[in-house]
Write a protein that binds this ligand. Structure first.
Ligand code: HEM
Length: 398
């Protein structure tokens, strides 16, 4: 196996087209042999990994308990945004199941459905803010960021008034470009903030996730674990959905026929959400380490080797979507996409994410039927160093 010199700090996209995997990724996807590529993320720094880009290969590895997610968790090492107890992705097997079971009740379809009206109200309020800001407003700052942040704050019992600090710290924590020293300093601020919330929830557990965890499992969970659980939900729950709303709006604006369907036909709302999740695939490549040798697509991956799975490439592969995989078709028949991962660690917040997108995007397009991009789409800037791919700003007019 050769080491390809394709840097993989993030889900690489085509220049000037944030919706398509880069030509390098497409080339690697087409070759029969699984390549090894240099990769990097804030937890591991630089590392070499076997790259998976085909949906079947990725499902096999993500379903295999011997391909571990929590391999890098160093219980005694310095704490960072990821190296913290309580974060589900730091555990495997029974230990992972134990933590996941404590949280899963908060994210069932039924519990999430009860958030429909609160999320609608949150979206309505921020559409008012957008109207007030007037044409030229930045959709990311006015709508795409605050709606999911406010939703996850409500769910967790985090005061929304603290949003500016939360957003800043979570964006630093998920930026691949930051040094370990910066990560450590930022982590201390995140841990101190969540630590205060945990202490106050221990005194007076509210009707939210932190309160529920303390009522049901307060005796078996340390404050340290509660801080990890709280912060991971806060970060995972807002960066991802916020990227999806910003990029999703851009994708629809660049495909006016698809935008008209979303605006005018509510029966297309569910398929629109799935298609945007698939096409945009905002999650970073998923990282695992083989604890024993595994054979994938006829090729042996040795024990100790790292594996990264490009969800973006898999979701655009002709093996998964035989017909025109790069085209946005909001009425496309359901595809078993991998935007939320697969297996034991599959996204716990997926029903919430779907609900937020299903509400926010059609509401935006109905309230502003003449919504359009302000300026040249080629000059838009993207968060290329961030773990979750997204837009920096999205100036709009109407
Ligand atoms: C469109 C939005 C979202 C996307 C694309 C997304 C994507 C993902 C992916 C791909 C994974 C699997 C990671 C891996 O296997 O390495 C994951 C896990 C996770 N997600 Fe999401 N996510 C989204 C929204 C959310 C929300 C709204 C929450 C919570 C409020 C959330 C919380 C989590 C947690 C806690 C995990 C870890 C689960 C585990 O390890 O058992 N995510 N997400």
């Amino acid at each position: 196996m050769t080491v390809e010199s394709v840097p993989m700090p993030n889900n690489r996209r085509e220049d000037k087209c944030p919706f398509q995997p880069s030509a390098d990724l497409v080339r690697l996807h087409r070759q029969q042999q699984l390549p090894r590529v240099p990769a990097a993320n804030p937890q591991l720094g630089a590392f070499d990994a076997v790259l998976l880009t085909r949906a079947d290969d990725i499902r096999q590895v993500l379903a295999d308990q011997s391909c571990e997610a929590g391999f890098a968790f160093d219980r005694d090492g310095p704490r960072t945004v990821m190296n913290q107890p309580g974060i589900l992705l730091n555990y495997d097997g029974q230990e992972h199941l134990r933590y996941r079971r404590m949280l899963v009740g908060a994210f069932t379809v039924r519990r999430v459905r009860s958030l429909t009206e609160p999320i609608r109200r949150i979206a309505e309020k921020h559409l008012d803010d957008l109207a007030e800001a007037g044409p030229g407003a930045d959709l990311v700052e006015t709508f795409a960021n605050p709606v999911p942040l406010m939703a996850v704050c409500e769910l967790l019992g985090v005061p929304y008034a603290d949003r500016a600090g939360i957003a800043r710290r979570s964006s630093i924590g998920t930026d691949v470009g930051n040094s370990l020293a910066e990560q450590l300093e930022n982590f201390e601020a995140m841990a101190a903030y969540m630590g205060d919330l945990v202490a106050s929830a221990r005194r007076n557990p509210g009707d939210n996730i932190l309160g529920d965890l303390i009522r049901r499992h307060g005796a078996e969970l340390s404050d340290d674990e509660l801080v990890g659980m709280g912060n991971s939900i806060l970060v995972a729950g807002h960066e991802t959905v916020s990227s999806m709303i910003g990029l999703g709006t851009l994708a629809l604006l660049r495909n006016p026929d698809q935008l008209a369907i979303v605006r005018d036909d509510d029966t297309a709302a569910d398929s629109m959400v799935e298609e945007l999740l698939r096409v945009l695939s905002v999650a970073p490549p998923l990282v695992r380490q083989a604890s024993k040798a595994v054979t994938v697509n006829g090729q042996r991956i040795e024990a100790g080797e790292k594996i990264i799975a490009s969800v973006l490439m898999a979701n655009h592969g002709a093996d998964l979507v035989p017909e025109d995989p790069d085209r946005l078709d909001v009425r496309r028949a359901r595809v078993a996409h991998l935007a939320f991962g697969y297996g034991a660690h599959q996204c716990i917040g997926q029903h919430l994410a779907r609900l937020e997108l299903r509400i926010a995007l059609p509401m935006l397009l109905r309230r502003f039927p003449t919504l359009d991009l302000l300026g040249d789409p080629d000059t838009l800037s993207y968060r290329e160093d961030a773990l979750v791919f997204g837009l920096t700003t999205l100036p709009v007019t109407w």
